[in-house]
Every structure is written in structure tokens, then in C-alpha cells.
Design a protein around this ligand. Structure first.
Ligand code: NAD
Length: 438
């Protein structure tokens, strides 16, 4: 601090800025669980079980870095619930990863799989580090050591990881290969389904890469039909231009929606004429971010949230739309590509201002749905065409959308609570039938 700064503070005031309270994502998810449980009168013992994950796995593993040094990494795998089927959920590589956030994301996977009527439970994993700061070969060694450390905690009939923030099809190919090489050569082909979101040549499915964006677009088109809103000529802003955000923008562009502002971890860009989302997607694949993309004006995060558009897709991280952002947004619809992008206060303000929200548990469940299709194809040694995958996904998304809308109507609640409620009813039926062991 400069002398001038020091002099400007009266001696009695602390010189440190007020620390923003930490956002407690897991508590937020537990709170929604409570609210939805009350709404459908969920037997209290089921709420008690679902409040905490079944297993919390933490592994510390060493990795040799390119300069010869050894760095210790901490990896998490949270297995929330497997009543309906094996645990299922992505692996996140990001410097903000915490155990509690992974617990929140794992619980949300339980609701998503139940809502989509998939025979799967909920899980999530991650490592706290910045994947942009390591080389490709370091990334590969980190991934392989992590999956080796997870060992028999995962498996095609136990727990099936997939990509999330900071991971992609290439990460999944390394993960599958590592797992295959630990089970012995005779079983190699039988365990392809240990992860989903793989490259097609390595046992992935057509349509998985765009699946989350595609599912979100199905929800948006349903919303537009209901509201009698013409998507042709509509405008879009997108925060996070990775897998979910870029694919949603590309697919929406085919419906005539123009992407006028984008942002990621490096900054925000504005182009009132509309970006070419294909070109921007290719640029991001090559350069790992939107930084340096020539066809847009750099703007601040605050300016981004004030841009007037029809649709906003948050597709980055949780807690991006707090009270300030919710008060600033000038859109008709927020389609949650990301998990947990709206804080509860942010959500309340958006709804008060008449802005619709397509909630994460519904809106981004296309990813896990197509992951399920991949898993089924691996089990049966089948390859479905892109048309088959797309047709099934469209049907599944539209059914879930209608179920959520109907629940919201019956219970006069938000779409978020309705999505939780549909999922919880399905889980409650299974607990009711089986009861608790022993
Ligand atoms: P990704 O790694 O492909 O992209 C993440 C994007 O977020 C990148 O553009 C990155 O730059 C940006 N980002 C990271 N930190 C940021 C910050 N502080 N501010 C602004 N932008 C930031 O990840 P993804 O798979 O597209 O996942 C995005 C979101 O969608 C996550 O919430 C994830 O949980 C959710 N989701 C993903 C899938 C899937 O199939 N990949 C499925 C369902 C939900």
C-alpha cells in the first residue's frame, strides 16, 4: 500500500477490504432439496439420505512435471446416490475445485438422472488445478495418475465419469485407456463404458460432444413455442465458450439466433453484428480461450451483464448471477447451461423482474442423457447413427420439459423446484418399493 493510500484511511478503520463471504454451493443444493421435499411431502428419511453423498473419495497422488519436479495433486470423487443405477457424473479440472462444490454437483447429477428417467445415479469428481497452466503431456500424466488412484472405485457397472469444466473427449480417452490397462488384457474391451464422452473412434458416441448444448436448445425451442416467441432474429449472450456454451451458440445460429456477446475466464467480447459461432468455436479449440479473437470489442464483465439481448446462456461456473448481475441483465430468458449459475438471491431477482429461467437440472441434462446412450452402445457393442442419437435426445428432452412444466403448474412453484420435485418423486418410488437394507 502506498503512503498516500495509508494516509487516506483514518487510523481507526481496518485497512483491508471487506472479504466477500464464500458461496456455499452445497448448502444451496441442500436447501433446494429441502424445499422440493416439502412440496411433494417426501418421506423425511429419504430427504435425510439424500442430504449427504454416499461416498466421499479423496486421493493424493504425485505427478512428474516436465521440469523433473514432483507435484502432489488432490483429487476428489463424490458418489452421491446409486439407488437407480451406477454413479454417473463429470470430472472437473479447475483451480477453484473444492470438496463441497463437488458434493453439490454430484447431488445435482442424482436429480438429473432421475428427471431424465435414466438407470443411473449421481457422482462428480475433480482436481483443484489450472489445466491451462500445464503442458499436454503433464495433463496426460495428471489424468492417468488420478484414474489410477481412483482404481476400483470407478467402473462401468459402478461409477462412470465423463467430461466437465477443463476436461474433454481427449481426457476421457486417457482415462479409459488407464482403466483398461489396470483390469488385464482379457477384460479390456468389456470396460470401454468406464467413462463416457470419449472420442468416437475410442468408443464414444456420435452427438455426445454437442449433447448438452443440443439439449439446452431443445428446452429453449420449447420455451419459445410456449411463449410464442420467434427465435429467428433473436439475440444471445453467452458466458463460457467451452463445450456447452459454444455448441449451444452454434446450434442456435442455425435457428437464426445471433450471438452478440461472449465471455470466458480471459474476458468478454461484444459484436452487435453477431459473431460467427463456428469460427469462434474453432478459434477457442485452437487457442483455449476467446482472448485475441479479432472480430469483437473487448468489454468488462459489468458491461457484458448489461447488454440487451433476448437470451442469456451462462455456461461457465456456479454463482455467476448474484443480485447485481440479476438486476443488470436485460434479457427475456436465462438458459442454464452451467450448473448452479444463479445464486438463490439472483434467481429471486430475475423471476421478480419477469425473466424466465430454464433451470440447470433440466436444461443441461442432455449431456448425461447422451452419455447414457454411449454407455448402452458400449454394453451392446453397437454404434448408433447421429440421427438415432439426436431423435432420442429430442424426445427425452421434450418429455422432461413437459413434466417439469406440469409439476410447476400443479405446485405453483419455480421450474427449478419442479425439476427437483419430478426427480425426487422417482427416487422416492424406488425407496418406497425397496425400503432400507437390512
Ligand atoms: P469447458 O471447460 O468446456 O468450458 C468452460 C468455460 O467456462 C470456458 O470457456 C472457460 O473459459 C469458462 N470459464 C471458466 N472460468 C470462468 C470464469 N471465472 N469466468 C468466466 N468464464 C469462465 O466446460 P463445459 O463442459 O462447457 O462446462 C460448462 C458448464 O456446464 C459447467 O457448469 C458444467 O458443470 C456444465 N455442464 C457441462 C456438461 C458437459 O457435458 N460438458 C453437462 C452438463 C453441465
Amino acid at each position: 500500500m502506498s503512503t498516500e493510500d495509508q494516509q487516506s484511511h483514518p487510523a481507526s478503520l481496518p485497512a483491508v477490504a471487506a472479504v466477500k463471504p464464500k458461496y456455499e454451493f452445497f448448502k444451496v443444493v441442500q436447501h433446494y432439496l429441502d424445499e422440493a421435499s416439502q412440496l411433494i411431502e417426501l418421506p423425511p428419511y429419504i430427504n435425510t439420505i439424500l442430504q449427504q453423498p454416499k461416498n466421499e473419495i479423496i486421493v493424493n497422488f504425485p505427478v512428474r512435471m516436465d521440469d523433473g519436479s514432483i507435484r502432489l495433486f488432490k483429487g476428489y470423487r463424490i458418489q452421491h446416490n446409486n439407488l437407480l443405477g451406477p454413479f454417473k457424473g463429470g470430472i472437473r479440472y479447475h483451480e477453484t475445485v473444492t470438496l463441497d462444490d463437488i458434493k453439490a454437483l454430484a447431488a445435482m447429477m442424482t436429480w438429473k438422472c432421475a428427471l431424465m428417467n435414466l438407470p443411473l445415479g449421481g457422482g462428480k469428481g475433480g482436481i483443484k488445478f489450472n489445466p491451462n497452466e500445464v503442458s499436454r503431456s503433464e495433463l496426460q500424466r495428471i489424468t492417468r495418475r488420478f484414474f489410477h488412484a481412483l482404481g476400483a472405485n470407478i467402473g462401468p457397472e459402478t461409477d462412470i465419469p465423463a467430461p466437465d469444466v477443463g476436461t474433454d473427449a481427449k481426457t476421457m480417452a486417457w482415462a479409459m485407456d488407464t482403466y483398461m490397462n489396470t483390469v488385464g488384457q482379457f477384460f479390456k474391451q468389456a470396460v470401454k463404458g468406464v467413462v463416457t464422452g470419449k472420442p468416437v473412434a475410442s468408443g464414444g458416441t456420435y452427438g455426445r460432444e454437442k449433447a448438452t448444448g443440443q439439449g439446452l436448445v431443445h428446452c429453449i425451442t420449447e420455451w419459445a413455442e410456449e411463449r410464442d416467441f420467434d427465435l429467428g432474429g433473436a439475440t444471445l449472450t453467452v458466458q463460457g465458450f467451452g463445450n456447452v456454451g459454444s455448441n449451444a451458440a452454434v446450434i442456435l445460429s442455425k435457428l437464426g439466433v445471433s450471438t452478440i456477446a461472449v465471455g470466458d475466464h480471459t474476458g468478454y467480447l461484444y459484436n452487435p453484428e453477431g459473431f460467427n459461432p463456428h469460427k469462434l468455436q474453432d478459434y477457442v479449440k485452437k487457442h483455449r480461450s476467446i482472448a485475441g479473437y479479432p472480430n469483437g470489442k473487448a468489454i468488462s464483465r459489468e458491461e457484458f451483464f448489461r447488454i440487451k439481448a433476448d437470451i442469456f446462456i451462462p455456461a461457465a461456473l456456479e454463482n455467476q448471477i448474484g443480485p447485481e448481475e440479476a438486476a443488470a441483465l436485460q434479457v427475456r430468458l436465462v438458459g442454464e447451461g452451467a450448473n448452479g449459475p444463479c445464486s438463490p438471491e439472483g434467481e429471486r431477482i430475475l423471476l421478480e423482474r419477469g425473466i424466465d429461467i430454464l433451470p440447470d437440472v433440466l436444461a443441461n441434462s442432455g449431456g448425461v442423457t447422451v452419455s447414457y446412450y454411449e454407455w448402452v452402445q458400449n454394453k451392446r457393442s453397437e454404434t448408433w447413427t447421429l440421427e438415432e442419437v439426436d431423435t432420442r435426445l429430442e424426445k427425452a428432452m421434450k418429455r422432461a420439459y413437459r413434466e417439469v412444466i406440469e409439476m410447476a403448474r400443479q405446485k405453483s412453484c419455480t421450474l427449478r423446484l419442479a425439476a427437483y420435485a419430478v426427480a425426487l418423486q422417482r427416487i422416492a418410488s424406488a425407496y418406497g418399493e425397496r425400503e432400507i437394507f437390512p
